[in-house]
Design a binder for this molecule. Structure first.
Ligand code: HEM
Ligand SMILES: *[C@@H]1O[C@H](CO)[C@@H](O)[C@H](O)[C@H]1NC(C)=O
Ligand SMILES: *[C@@H]1O[C@H](CO)[C@@H](O)[C@H](O)[C@H]1NC(C)=O
Ligand SMILES: *[C@@H]1O[C@H](CO)[C@@H](O)[C@H](O)[C@H]1NC(C)=O
Length: 315
């Protein structure tokens, strides 16, 4: 009898340890049943107010996951004695939406105190943003915990920049356990949102694999000197719809960033880009699968890390 209970206890502990090491879509079902609906309605409101916010929230989850895993590190503010990731080159004067995340977090804290991590809020808000802009949905896996650390140097080294060539893009994703298919599908996120002149200036003045009337029209708002922070839409056709037009742009040499056009430039990824131009269902399926893969990158689980009270600072 005692032996049996001991065995059951052992099995229970083993099971708990196994479960805590992975993410589960039902993670908050009993501990915070209103978490997901609270996040969703806050995201809907924010996107209704400004459609670009959907893009900005999606990008936050990406920049979180690519720096030591999806652990909310991207949200930490610098202080006198702590250096976060917000001043990394790909983030500074670029990432936005932090106030919206604060607002979502305080609404979630109001329904359940210190249960839902900032890292999970970013993952759910990314999905809800895509849906709010007409894109595909997927089931978000949950149970990530928040870091008590951040890494400025990893943010600078691991976040891919707009001047990368195809091989470097493939490597940057492969370093996170993501495939070339994931890279191509996830890059379809650039069907929404905007980029600053400084990120595409060289492309529109110096590159030849760009539609010339597209380049000329971009030059009006992005001079060869100055106007660094002037914006252009990443998708010249439907910048506030989550659709497959990003790929249609690429096959027409209308990728905004050098890195975008690298995906359709006579190389190994051309065929997948081309297939997404005519098969938007395949893009939707692959994008959703790739977002789940990205959300699985090195999460903190179980008793690792913490549940932050404010997403901007460690408890
Ligand atoms: C493949 C490598 C990638 C590179 C080199 C890249 C680079 C960039 C750059 C340079 C910008 C403009 C930033 C600025 O002007 O301040 C941008 C914007 C954006 N990126 Fe990416 N990105 C990549 C992949 C991704 C992925 C995987 C996602 C999400 C799944 C994503 C989502 C976005 C969104 C939504 C915006 C617009 C944000 C806004 O309007 O606030 N990007 N990206
Ligand atoms: C770091 O700074 C914060 C205020 O920004 C302060 O509350 C905290 O005590 C400081 N920690 C250490 C170890 O100095
Ligand atoms: C075009 O390329 C040249 C040579 O690399 C560079 O010096 C120049 O700054 C580039 N022009 C723009 C507008 O980026
Ligand atoms: C930046 O954009 C604004 C608004 O489109 C435009 O009027 C301005 O000339 C641009 N700045 C530069 C330096 O071109």
């Amino acid at each position: 009898m005692a032996f049996c209970s001991l065995v059951s206890l052992f099995l229970l502990l083993l099971f708990t340890a196994m479960v805590s090491a992975q993410l589960l879509s039902t993670f908050y079902d009993t501990s915070c049943p209103n978490a997901l609906s609270t996040i969703q309605s806050a995201v809907k409101d924010a996107v209704a107010k400004e459609s670009r916010m959907g893009a900005s929230l999606l990008r936050l989850h990406f920049h979180d996951c690519f720096v030591n895993g999806c652990d909310g590190s991207v949200l930490l503010d610098d202080t006198a004695n702590f250096t976060g990731e917000k001043t990394a080159f790909p983030n500074q004067n670029s990432l936005r939406g932090f106030d919206v995340v604060d607002s979502i977090k305080s609404q979630v804290e109001a329904v359940c105190t210190q249960i839902v991590s900032c890292a999970d809020i970013l993952a759910v808000a990314a999905r809800d943003s895509v849906v709010a802009l007409g894109g595909p949905s997927w089931t978000v896996k949950l149970g990530r915990r928040d870091s008590t650390t951040a890494s400025l140097s990893t943010a600078n080294s691991d976040l891919p920049g707009p001047n990368l060539d195809l091989s470097a893009l493939i490597t940057a994703f492969s370093n996170k356990g993501l495939s070339t298919t994931d890279l191509i599908a996830l890059s379809g996120a650039h069907t929404i949102g905007q980029a600053r002149c400084v990120t595409f200036r060289n492309r529109i003045y110096n590159e030849t694999n760009i539609d010339s009337s597209y380049a000329t029209s971009l030059q009006a708002n992005c001079p060869s000197v100055g106007g660094d922070n002037n914006f252009s839409d990443l998708d010249v056709q439907t910048p506030t719809n989550f659709d497959n037009n990003y790929y249609v742009n690429l096959v027409n040499n209308k990728g905004l960033l050098h890195s975008d056009q690298q995906l359709f430039n006579g190389g190994s990824t051309d065929s997948q880009v081309k297939s997404y131009t005519t098969n938007s269902d395949q893009f939707s399926t692959d994008f959703a699968a790739a977002m789940i893969n990205m959300g699985d990158v090195d999460p903190l689980t179980g008793t690792q890390g913490e549940i932050r009270i404010s997403c901007r600072k460690i408890n």
